[in-house]
Ligand binder design. Structure first.
Ligand code: ATP
Ligand code: MG
Length: 571
């Protein structure tokens, strides 16, 4: 296995404490076997990354530890190969490797059927012929006990015969189900004779038309864990109430391996939704361009946006593992990617909203190649040369005709530094006669300030990024904002659903940006810091040589660092 974690401090949380204690007590012959068990019914999201980091992480931390990748593929109608392939590639991208331990619940269909037959023979399961609605009615509620199905008393022989004929395809979908015979009065609804098998005349992506009955998730899940010899079945809190059912099934069947289930709180992230079903609605409804839309909280969306596996793993470490549900502020994720990219992203200059500046006293035909450091955080990343000439672009925002207090950038008669280049002073403002909008600035430069430093010690307060108009490359830049307008997208008025909170302005496309010419060779997926603006990634789908498209990963402003600072102050 690859070892993604570079952190040498041992992790600690309640799950790892349990495992450590089990090892100390000599349980499971000292083995640690975990698994990540996705249903292949969508693409993985950052919540899954948390589970992946826990399960694969624990296996890596324990000598001889193993983490299986198992597709819980028991629902033929919602699953497909595209999802399987994407899940595998996302896990690898995150830096984890299941080695030879790739499994499918569908590989156990025969074994699961045998287990079900055993339950029938032992009088622990019966074929029920109530309709789906009737089963629901008979189940009762949290405050009301359920009612026994009239089919609960069928004889073992009759049940065996019917179950066999269910498998043989003699019955229509929905006409019968196999149910566990537990307790219709149990306070835990999961224990009120749950369905174990249903009839579905549907092709499965792996077993094709071999089966027309399929096990339910609950029946297949606990037994798949047992078949694989999983020692610790780590799952999210919603499954706490399923644990008694899993224990019941495993106990009745007297299996050799009875994994210990441990529940942890699922990840919730502000301004987004973490549910494959909801994300599928966004894809199918055309609210995003696909599962890998850079606004999506999917692994493939984050990857296309420019997030790195390191940053995502770091995020998962930061949030830790807890037993109670909470919502993590999305600024923490943004903080993690900034920390990672600050050290490795080369700096370049790019003007997103260009304003033309003519330097009147700069010779018309002159071009200078100026030295620029690639990353001041890491001098080993070297320098590059940036062309400078008489006409440059600066950001529209970097000029104010009537500068407010503390605005230290360019203004009439004011001098600022062009990064790596010269001091310039604004001598004239050219406006559009009709609209009054500033369309061009005339400036003068001081030749004695080459490199951006004055020899007479004269200081300027503002430093601007720029590009030479004659050399710049035109680019498209996509700025992304939160996918939802509310921190909690589920906070809706009566009758509407989470989609009512979709942010209609989550994508801002800027099409005439001007970037420095060194970016002409920028490769798909390459990441840069655009000076003073943020981190940007060459889009892997839409970018072309000569007409690059950049995704903004995050702006530079680190609201998390601010919050952290304030917290430190207060503590
Ligand atoms: P979704 O609601 O997005 O479909 P799921 O739980 O149905 O999620 P599975 O494919 O069954 O998705 O999940 C595989 C594993 O990932 C499970 O062990 C599940 O507990 C875990 N997981 C899913 N969502 C999260 C989350 N938000 N935080 C942590 N773990 C998660
Ligand atoms: Mg699920």
């Amino acid at each position: 296995m690859k070892t993604p974690s570079t952190d040498s401090t041992p992790h600690s949380d309640f799950i790892r404490d349990i495992i450590r204690e089990d090892l100390r007590a000599g349980k499971n012959d000292g083995r640690v076997v975990t698994r990540f068990p996705p249903e292949p019914n969508g693409y993985l999201h950052i919540g899954h990354a948390k589970s992946i980091c826990i399960n694969f992480g624990i296996a890596l931390e324990n000598e001889g530890g193993i983490c299986h990748l198992r597709f819980d593929d028991t629902n033929p109608s919602k699953e497909n190969i595209e999802y399987i392939e994407s899940i595998k590639s996302d896990i690898r991208w995150l830096g984890f490797d299941w080695g030879r331990h790739l499994y499918y619940a569908s590989d156990y269909f025969e074994k699961l059927y045998e287990y079900a037959v055993q339950l029938v023979k032992d009088g622990k399961a019966y074929v029920c012929s109530l309709s789906t609605e009737e089963i629901r009615e008979y189940r009762g509620t949290l405050t009301e006990s359920g009612k026994d199905s009239p089919y609960r008393t069928r004889s073992v022989e009759e049940n065996l015969d019917l179950f066999e004929r269910m498998r043989a395809g003699e019955f229509e979908d929905g006409s019968h189900v196999l149910r566990a015979k537990i307790d219709m009065a149990s306070p835990n609804l999961n224990m009120r004779d749950p369905v174990l098998y249903r009839i579905r005349h549907e092709s499965h992506h792996r077993t094709l038309d071999k089966w027309c009955i399929y096990p339910t998730y609950d029946f297949a899940h606990c037994l798949s864990d047992s078949i694989e010899g999983i020692t610790h079945s780590i799952c999210t809190l919603e499954f706490e109430n399923n644990r008694p059912l899993y224990d019941w099934i495993l106990d009745q069947l007297n299996v050799d391996c009875h994994p210990q289930q441990i529940e942890f709180a699922r990840l919730n992230l502000s301004y987004t939704v973490l549910s494959k079903r909801k994300l599928l609605e966004l894809v199918e409804g055309g609210y995003v361009t696909g599962w890998d839309d850079p606004r999506m909280p999917t692994i493939s969306g984050l990857c296309r946006r420019g997030y790195t596996p390191e940053a995502i793993r770091d995020f998962c470490e930061h949030i830790g593992v807890a037993k109670s549900n909470s919502v993590v502020d999305i600024v923490l994720l943004e903080h993690c990617i900034r920390e990672d990219l600050n050290l490795r992203a080369p700096r370049v200059m790019a003007v997103l909203h260009p304003l033309r500046v003519i330097i009147d006293n700069y010779p018309e035909d002159q071009v200078e190649e100026l030295d620029a450091q690639n990353n001041p955080e890491d001098p080993s990343m070297g320098t590059r040369r940036v062309p400078f000439s008489r006409i440059v672009y600066i950001e529209q925002d970097d000029f104010r005709e009537d500068p407010p207090k503390k605005f230290f950038r360019l203004a009439p008669a004011r001098e600022v530094r062009l990064k790596h280049a010269y001091y310039i002073k604004c001598v004239r403002v050219v406006k559009d006669e009709g609209t009054g909008k500033v369309i061009e600035l005339r400036c003068r430069y001081d030749p004695a300030t080459r490199g951006g430093w004055s020899s007479d010690g004269r200081k300027v307060k503002g430093t601007l990024h720029w590009v030479s108009a004659a050399h710049a490359l035109e680019a498209e830049v996509r700025l992304y904002h939160h996918l939802f307008t509310k921190a909690n997208p589920y906070d809706v008025k009566d009758g509407s659903d989470f989609k009512a909170n979709i942010n209609p302005n989550s994508l801002e496309k800027l099409t005439s940006c001007q970037v420095e010419p060194s970016l002409v060779d920028a490769k798909s997926g390459s990441i840069y810091q655009f000076l003073r603006q943020g981190y940007f990634c060459v889009d892997s789908v839409d970018s072309r040589h000569g007409t690059p498209v950049f995704n903004r990963i995050v702006p530079l402003r680190d609201s998390w660092a601010k919050i952290e600072k304030a917290q430190k102050k207060n503590s």
